[in-house]
Ligand binder design. Structure first.
Ligand code: G6P
Length: 500
């Protein structure tokens, strides 16, 4: 007989994130099939099941689709593991949130407003407009955060530790503290944090609510000191909180507001070297590598050089300016014509947000223009792929001479860290100074201002002309820096800092 699982307040460690470790798809015959997710966040958080003593843990996440909602409804208390789904041994509770509420919270508030604010993406003369539609979306965001707080409160054992993830869940820490003052609560931001002048665009009460929501945690952590500092600056400017900034760069900051102190820590997430290196040498990657090599081709018997980028089609990734920089390179340095190919993978993302659809079209248009302007019978200057294919990404990483990572702003950017780790012969990295990864990789990358397409074209030229030994030496140092904090350590360090 199936064991009855109730929300019996037994978990010692809890993780809460919008996207969970598994998702479902509904097949034509109506059955649900489960997919396990990858990526840094998921593999880092998966460490919850593998601690020394392996205390009991639960991962609380939202149902993101109709198939997810069906699976969540069919499982006792949303507990997928208890319903017999293969969650890799991890207890997962998936919240069945009403689709309208979810859409307004996720697309309306999280992906539009909060994401735009932290990545400085607004075209401010026209947007944002905070009207009654936005107030309605905001109420949904509150309800969605409360649903997480309720289920965490129901699952957590006395004195348990809860790690709340990202901008989707900024209100949950405070809501949870109100329900369960006995818990130890952490929050982690995987994005940048906006500077106060930009942050103040949010309606005043809402801007305060987000900050005090996160301050409901005992410790809030960020990917770099820059983002932790910006959060502290907002607490000072918007809340009038007092901030302690210790001289020791490794020490936590402290924010005191209304008599409570929240520590601010920094944990830079690194690439998962073991996983990437073995995955990148599997036969499906070899196959794609051969296919890519033949499409890139040779010029006079010499394999063409490659500039590789791999992103989701995301406004903050700055794909269009990257393409314009490549075009400028070909226009102003004709010696590269026929000798280089730009491999650009721009995978679909958040197509429910109208700006993303418009942006995807712009990427396609500029790419076509480049191939029309320079392409010949025997040379296609740009290979653009808009369909997601992970093994093909790894193949491109392996053959990259230059990796282009030029976001407008980015919490960390794992691609910048993954390419040097996977690269067969060492690659040069052109990196935006506005990526969190810059804090760890600036010494050996060619750094750029992401808005300056001429400087970016110059950087591409510099990277393409680095002598082979210099490039290999830099790539090795980049890989070492990139793997210093593997996902599991990243997770366990946070846990240790929170419980210290
Ligand atoms: C990026 C960000 C994360 C965020 C995630 C959400 O990876 O770095 O901070 O959680 O996007 O993506 P999603 O597809 O779930 O909207």
């Amino acid at each position: 007989a199936r064991r009855m699982v109730t929300a019996n307040a037994a978990a010692q460690i809890l993780v809460a994130s919008n996207r969970g470790p598994v998702s479902f798809r509904e097949e034509d015959d109506g059955t649900l099939t489960l997919r396990r997710g990858g990526g840094g966040l998921v593999s880092g958080l998966s460490a919850i099941g593998h601690g020394e003593s392996s205390p009991s843990s639960v991962w609380v996440c939202a149902a993101l689709s109709d198939a997810d909602r069906r699976a969540a409804r069919q499982a006792p208390h949303g507990r997928l593991d208890a319903a017999g789904h293969d969650t890799g041994g991890q207890a997962v509770r998936m919240l069945d949130i009403d689709p309208g509420t979810f859409d307004r919270a996720y697309n309306g508030v999280a992906n539009s407003v909060l994401w735009f604010v932290h990545h400085l993406l607004y075209d401010t003369p026209l947007k944002p407009v905070f009207d009654e539609d936005f107030r309605r979306e905001w109420s949904s965001y509150e309800a969605y955060n409360a649903a997480f707080a309720d289920s965490l409160a129901a699952e957590a054992a006395r004195g348990a530790t809860v790690l709340v993830q990202d901008y989707h869940l900024t209100l949950t820490p405070r809501m949870l503290r109100e329900r369960r003052p006995d818990l130890r609560i952490g929050h982690f931001s995987h994005t940048p944090w906006a500077p106060p002048d930009y942050y103040r665009m949010l309606p005043d009460a809402i801007g305060r609510q987000v900050l005090t929501g996160i301050l409901g945690a005992d410790r809030a952590a960020f990917l770099t000191r820059r983002w932790a500092g910006a959060f502290a600056d907002c607490c000072e400017a918007v809340l009038g909180a007092s901030v302690e900034r210790p001289a020791d760069p490794a020490a936590d900051l402290a924010v005191t507001h209304e008599g409570r102190t929240t520590r601010l820590g920094v944990h830079g997430l690194g690439a998962d070297a073991d996983f990437l290196r073995s995955r990148a040498r599997k036969p499906d990657v070899d196959e794609r590598l051969a296919a890519l090599r033949s499409r890139v081709g040779q010029d006079d018997g010499v394999p063409r050089r490659t500039v590789v980028r791999v992103d989701r089609t995301e406004l903050s990734k700055n794909i269009v300016r990257g393409l314009l920089a490549y075009r400028h390179l070909l226009r102003t340095r004709p010696q590269w014509r026929g000798k280089v190919v730009h491999i650009a993978f721009a995978y679909p993302s958040r197509q429910d947000v109208p700006e993303y659809r418009v942006y995807t079209e712009a990427v396609r248009r500029v790419a076509d223009e480049i191939n029309e302007e320079f392409g010949t019978e025997s040379w296609t200057p740009l290979l653009l792929h808009l369909d997601d294919d992970f093994p093909r990404s790894l193949a491109a990483y392996r053959m990259a001479d230059v990796a282009l990572v030029n976001p407008i702003r980015d919490g960390m950017n794992l691609v910048a860290k993954e390419v040097p780790v996977v690269s067969d012969e060492g690659c040069a990295l052109v990196l935006s100074r506005e990526a969190g990864a810059a804090a760890e990789l600036a010494e050996d990358a060619v750094m750029v201002n992401p808005y300056d397409v001429i400087a970016t074209a110059d950087a591409l030229h510099e990277a393409l002309t680095l002598p082979a030994e210099e490039r290999a030496a830099r790539s090795k140092r980049l890989a070492a820096a990139a793997t210093a904090l593997p996902p599991q350590k990243w997770f366990l360090d946070q846990l240790a800092a929170l419980t210290a």
